[in-house]
Design a protein around this ligand. Sequence first.
Ligand code: NAD
Length: 434
Amino acid sequence: MNIAVIGTGYVGLTTGACLAEMGHNVLCIDNDPEKLAKLRRNVSPIFEPGLQELILSNTKAGRLAFGGEIGPAVTGAEIIFICVNTPQKNDGHADLRYVESVARQIAEHLCGEYKVIVDKCTVPVKTAEKVRQTILRYCTDETRFDVVSNPEFLKEGTAVHDTMQPDRIVVGADTEPARRKMLELYRPLVERTGAPLKLVSVRSAELIKHGANTFLAAKISFANLIAHACEEAGADALEVLEAIGLDDRIGRRFLAPGIGFGGSCFPKDIAAFGKTLEMLGIDSGFVAAIERINREAIDRFRRKIEKELWILDGKTIGILGLAFKPCTDDIRNAPALRIIRKLLEEGADVTAYDPQAMENAANAMPGVTFAANPYDTAQGAEALVVCTDWDEFKSLDLSRMKSLMRTPIVFDGRNVFEPNEMKSLGFKYFGVGR
Ligand code: NAD
């Protein structure tokens, strides 16, 4: 099938490359000139395991191409994916201006054959109806089209794997032709992987995505609530949560205490879902509690640093991990940045290391010195702060790290290290909930 993908960020680029890998002809469009220049050289603008290889093999095979103009992509495609950013507005609502802009541009170029326009963005319920109205308002042709919701569940860091081996595919389509087209698109993937394909209404699909992200964020905030209780009561949150999670109605995944969730999705999606509930006349207190516990998790961690180190002015502090989670270079809303900002405000000298996210962080955090590896980060540091649980940190030579530090104090925001081992090595160690 001929496919257009508008927006080549984490979702659009992965979707485009994977659909090409499945044998479709894909034209990916972006209006960011820097990103496009890299893509035209077949260089991935983001770090995502396996993505660079897919770009190279599929452009070489002639199934994947990149462009800056929506017009030709729309004209030649049977299915058009909208994969643009839907950030958070100051009042918590989702900012849908990029979706609207793309809908308008699609409308101006719709002509000829029936087309399916697929919203892959995470959006509040009833957004597809607004997309449909926008297209009808600006369409210059009587072309038939349908708007479908096909929410994306990939996780940054495993985006290619999640797309090629999905847990489930959700397609919200309200007409028979749209359902048929989407089944034709996904049938080979479903047959190969056995992934369940849930065909639902458009409104249900939109709510599934916000519901799923809210539930996952709730698990993290629950883990942090338990961690707080353990710190006050003198219990171990890892022991408590492991045993809670062994109940298969609960499950162990996503029950890890730490410095809370960040990233480009959970914070904004949870806020947008809260606003959606309010618009539907439903109490949003549950969502507010998830957000409050998340904020408190990072504040409690910062207070631990300030309590132990007292005056931060002039102290050298090493940061291990900048990305909002491991295996990505994405620093949007990363807890590390909030911690670093506070340390800099208090006059600390901050040296940081991350295996992938330092280029992005350098643009966002001018006052930080970046180190070539974790050992250089430890050099002369009065404390180390672990903000991302990269595997690389789990196999560090801790004795060497200690010997490089001025004072061996570790604040482990991701519980990467074992408290007893750290103590026996001579570190003063602070984990979360332990
Ligand atoms: P992103 O910011 O990484 O990428 C969005 C891209 O769209 C950018 O490259 C931008 O230049 C481009 N764009 C914006 N307006 C455009 C226009 N008019 N024409 C062409 N290109 C345009 O965003 P993302 O992380 O890929 O997320 C996209 C959507 O998917 C969001 O709604 C997000 O909530 C959702 N989502 C994201 C993830 C994730 O892990 N990142 C997972 C699931 C769902």
